[in-house]
Design a protein around this ligand. Sequence first.
Ligand code: MG
Length: 159
Amino acid sequence: MMDFRVGFGYDSHRFAPDRPLVIGGIVIPYELGLAAHSDGDVLIHAVCDALLGAAGLKDIGTYFPDNDPAWKNVDSTKLLTKVVELVSEKGWKINNLDCTLILEKPKMKPHIDAIVNKLSELLGVESDRVAVKAKTNEKMGFTGAGEGIAAVAAVSLVR
Ligand code: MG
């Protein structure tokens, strides 16, 4: 009998000067980055929480606490690789990932394919199992005001 799970993740980070903007493991040319203990990769953090949640594991902060110097400015793709290992140790195979970025700027369209390819590589799945969208928040709320970026992610797992 096939076992099937769905997981959901959310993250947000505030814009900050003098930091690279890293989204989905790709450096995006922009005048601001995201404030964080890690590299601030808001999309990868949402994906990690979706995977962990689907596998019945704890949240990203449990495995990579933001007061641990080991994770200072860490490349979040390393965190995702570790999360994929944890999920696969429980016998789960990633079926698909669907995620959305919410931001006013920068325009993400030119970078979506690169992000999809990076995420599919990190997850070890074909690129047609990964979808990445970006939308504005119609100038409403913190994302609409350009204070930061939010990301949501849904994954399904099978075993
Ligand atoms: Mg985060």
